[in-house]
Design a protein around this ligand. Sequence first.
Ligand code: 5AD
Ligand code: SF4
Length: 446
Amino acid sequence: MKKIYIETYGCQMNVNDSEVILSIMEKAGYGRTESIEEADLILANTCSIRENAEQRVWGRIDVFRLQKRKRPGVVIGIVGCMAERLKDKLLDGRIVDLVAGPDSYRRLPAMVEAVSPDAPQIDVLLSRTETYDDIVPVRMDRNGVSAYISIMRGCNNCCSYCVVPYTRGVERSRDPYTIVREAEEVFASGYREVTLLGQNVDSYRWTAPADCGDRNAETVDFAALLKMVARISPELRIRFSTSYPSDISDDVLFAMRDNPNICRHIHFPVQSGSDAMLEKMRRKYTRAWYLERVARIREILPDCGLTTDVIAGFSGETEQDHLDTLSLFEQVRFDAAFMFQYSERPGTLASRKYPDDVPPEVKTRRLNEIIELQNRMGALNYREQIGRTHRVLVEGPSKKTDSELCGRAGNYMMCVWPDRVHKPGDYVDVTVVDATPATLICRLSD
Ligand code: 5AD
Ligand code: SF4
């Protein structure tokens, strides 16, 4: 049996894509290996979101090529967003044998087959319809508790800094019945949590094709999808990512309120606290709108966890714009944040229209100020949890010791507690006794 080795970079969506790739390649007779030395096919599923994401992959390509020097029959492929962005540039000088974009994975077996020393293979066509909805991903996680399910592909937003619309194409929503079936199957095989993935889950919208009998012209939006998945079992927890501030609807918040198994956590990327920057970023909301949505979330879901993404040093960002971001972080008090310096991406609207003009040292300083503030705010939120109880899904032993288990509370905060009884996939009630800036120290509740 031939062996495939795959490395995954970037977002959760990419992790799920790698699972789709493994499924397609398994059907074509490939077994998975975790050792690059025994692989016949080496794939990197790549990310283009920031320049350093691509730099890491270039470093890995050098390592892959060493394998090829030792074993010339090995096939090296770059797939995913970097394949889509760089296209045949990746074939210059025969750096790799195969380049496949995010919508070409069904063709991988044929492409691998067709690779020969003078015939590298490339397919970077983007699709308007591909959702891989009939493919059952081969789960790559180790704990068997939590699974990703893609509910849509592509992105129709046009954030000026972002490469994703170019690498993943137009937005398309997957048939909800295949999503529910997939969630039922993972639940039946022991999983207790699914995370529904999309670049902008709030714009999920599926309409039944006209010839669909009694489902004729039925429309399912994200709130409706959440309810369909929530009905599978009260023992199945549902998470989702990513929400878009101008699109999240009250219906989604009500679906969360009415279904205790939909976890109370929203990843809610703000990107900037300054209206001038938000406009230039082509985000479709203002600071005031964002704060109103946060207030609404907290009104309907008082204990909801909130996390965010932010970019420091976008084109033209003034000190006042930066202070606006800091004040928004102080006001909202996120539990956690992914914080980045702006990285100009070739081909984006910003790269064409807006100079990357904030000096690197200023970007770094501003980013550090955001990080420092966020660390303080996050720590306050964690400390506030002391004395509260949470229902936690056990993931496995804690990082530090086997006598402790870890798992996330509904609000996404990581909990650890002494426990030699429960096992991954169990639900346990814990009480918070102490907190570090990113972990709740707990004990089993009485
Ligand atoms: N530079 C820096 N950060 C970016 N992100 C997206 N594009 C860029 C870029 N060009 C960040 C955004 C997004 C997260 C996934 O990555 O914050 O929400
Ligand atoms: Fe995911 Fe965006 Fe990176 Fe593509 S570029 S892998 S969509 S984070």
